[in-house]
Design a protein around this ligand. Sequence first.
Ligand code: ACO
Length: 319
Amino acid sequence: MIYSKIIGTGSYLPAKTVTNYDLEKTVDTTHDWIVSRTGISERHVAAENEMSSDLALHASIRAIEAAGLKAADIDLVIVATTTPDHIFPSTACVLQDKLGNKNAIAFDVQAVCSGFIYALNTADLYIRDGQAKNALIVGTEVLSRILNWDDRTTCVLFGDGAGAVVLQRSDTPGILSAKLHADGSQRCMLSAPGQIRDGKIDGEAFIKMDGQGVFKFAVKSLSEVAEEVLAANNMKGTDIDWMIPHQANIRIIESTAKKLGLGMDKVVLTVATHGNTSAASIPLALDTAVRDGRIKPGQHLLMEAVGGGFTWGAALIRW
Ligand code: ACO
């Protein structure tokens, strides 16, 4: 059997941080309100000249180095992002060029906060089908560019960053399975609905959100898809060593962990210092826990995410 296995991780956060106390000075909010409702204390914000591909490049170099490979060894680049550098070409093509790689096929995946799970599943299928050997999968976001910094209901939630993994063909698993879902009828609950027309944005290009609707949808869909991926492997929540959730809101994460019977000591948390970095949040959290030694060979990891679209999904991994 052919499987795929993560052999290297990397991440990058822009230097600038914006704390809740900074936001108190610009919108009608408080540190205590943000922490109690979301668990977020600060977030990173990209510099003026930093694009999604720049954040992705830093994270990718670290992941490729951790994998013991060279950029030229990569034969598939998938970038998950909601904030691409350009309308086109894809950020994956920009990244491929910045890496100095000419051997890889390259494309973007747009599934908002579920983007990394969608991209991981896609790369796993390419590898198991024999079409790729070393895949670079990146979640990268400069969400600060599509936030209305005067809207306290959204600007406190999000941050910028990138995370990357190298997925390699392997004789042993690896990715045990992944389950994906989408429901486009719910797309208005969370969107940046502007359109490009006559060279200009027509309508609202900032993130708009029904916070309570998203919260309820997230809590339901995440526990269901987590149960689904566990059942496909005859496993229970208590068999999981580490849950690496999309870092949107501590209360959503706590609710999912509780439904799975998992203690919070088994959950990798970065939401307090990263905020919600959409497609980047899972690989950022994964890299954090790999590099600090929490994740060890043979352990079982559960990743889950939900995002605009709506899209949602989960992946089960043996490390
Ligand atoms: N500071 C202070 N008050 C605020 C803020 C703020 N930043 N934002 C909203 N409020 C106010 C509201 O205006 C409202 O005031 P009112 O009662 O006078 O009308 C009050 O706080 C309560 O608002 P709610 O929307 O009911 O607050 P809630 O407890 O639902 O928390 C939140 C809002 C944090 C957005 C929550 O609904 C949530 O986390 N939803 C999930 C959203 C999410 O995670 N989105 C990310 C993208 S999707 C994803 O990644 C899963």
